[in-house]
Ligand binder design. Sequence first.
Ligand code: AR6
Length: 187
Amino acid sequence: MPDPSSRAEDTAPTRLEAVRGDITRQSVDVIVNAANSSLLGGGGVDGAIHRAGGPEILAECRELRAGALREGLPTGDAVATTAGRLPARWVVHTVGPVYAVRTDRRPLLESAYRRSIEVSAGLGARSIAFPAVSAGVYGWPPDDSARLAVTAVRAALAAGPSSVELVRFVLFSDEMHELFAAELSRP
Ligand code: AR6
């Protein structure tokens, strides 16, 4: 007998957590990649994901570029592929903005987090691992990166019920981990 008190609207709120580690080792439904618009690979977390996941991921990215994403993936958008050999079901590739002092690119970075969650939820994913998008080669300042990521993810999850039960930020350094953990501990 299903428990009559467990209705969809009673589902527990999504858990948010921060861990220090390598995102390619995370056993989750979705690993988010901080990619570039070409989707054809790069350094940083992008390089690590393609190296660990194997050629299947790049093959699917090439197919996307030959079809629906002929112009590339716009900054702030997200798209899913296989996770290849990674311990995940999908990689969701997103493109964060390059940090710039003079123009406000925060909406694009917020959009990268939001679209990643929307695409993941569209797949029925229950767990998502995020790196600190734009915080490496793209130069986003670490403290603002943590604040914006946590705020954007909370806002996206608040938009309505979804399949997502866990969002894990996976940070490569102690400094970033501390910043994200501090941000998550704020009410
Ligand atoms: N696990 C978790 N975090 C990582 C890992 C890893 N294995 N490797 C790096 N990081 P970046 P961006 C952290 O530069 O700034 C690529 O070439 C890293 O320390 O990977 O969005 C793409 O192709 C940093 O905190 O991404 C694009 O051209 C964070 O991940 C460009 O870089 C993001 O750093 C995207 O730049």
